[in-house]
Design a binder for this molecule. Sequence first.
Ligand SMILES: [Zn+2]
Length: 341
Amino acid sequence: MIEGRYFPPGSSQALPARLWSVSGELRLMLEGEAAPRHPRLVSVSDKLASIPRKFAFHDGGVFEAPGNTDVDGMMASHGSFFSRLSRIEAHKGFVAGAVVLTVVLLFGLYRWGLPALATGAAIATPSALLSTMDAGVLQTVDRAFFKPSALAESEHERIAAIFAELSEISGQKHPPLELLFRHGGRLGANAFALPGGTVVITDQLINKAENDDEIAGVLAHEIGHVQHRHSLKQIYRILGLTFMIGVIGGDSGQIVDDVIGQAAALQSLSYTREFEADADRRSVEIMTQAGRDPIAFVRLLERITKNTPSAKKTGWMSTHPGTEDRRKSVAEYAEKIRTAR
Ligand SMILES: [Zn+2]
């Protein structure tokens, strides 16, 4: 039994009262009344230092227990609605369930929400910003990895002419396409596309090619990345994820961080493959239209992986996984286009 004060509905005048429970039901007895009342409990305020706990009732009345009362002990023993609620909250299974639900929601947001956001943002970015991004990225990779190309000027001109031919066929205008030659340094046999239309190809990749169609296919693939705005989408996705981890990561604890980390790793892998498949198909389309061999570049990729095992880690292949599947789908798509013409 708790000795405290009772505030009638809508009144701030305190009346001395007692609160106790009888077989799971609360009884409230006001001083001077002959029989106890049967109040319906709605809520009990949280325990906060020695601040008096308040029992709010359905009719608007409030019972206030002195700060030092063992309210929780009484609530736990009397089996009311509130004590059931307390038990549910304290039950580990329910808490775990809530964590799982939260993680599933977060994963859903990441898996389906962010790509949509990322696509929208990628489409909205003005091309002036893209050129700035290209220049910045180039400066960084030039300083960190690349050296000037050591190939003969005549070779640059021949490959630049192929690139111009493919660019024309691709119909890409904004941002305009530009080809740069570099010695790959530690990045070895490599090629990549920047968001503003800059395509970089390394001497080592060119030297591994046995004919121009192999090089042309890689260039067409990179043009595909530019046209699908892949690097922008990737950047926005990473930014989005970082932002999200920043917002929720701090309070949500290690489990949620780990699960999001895993989801991010899985997601970025499948995302990359999705991009590669898109770029491969675009390459096949452009190469077919150019009257060039649309599957030649896959042979070049296979040669790079086979002859230089380190290329798996640092070369073009590191971001371009699954050669076996890839050869198959490229060949199938090339056949499909050929028969449709
Ligand atoms: Zn690619």
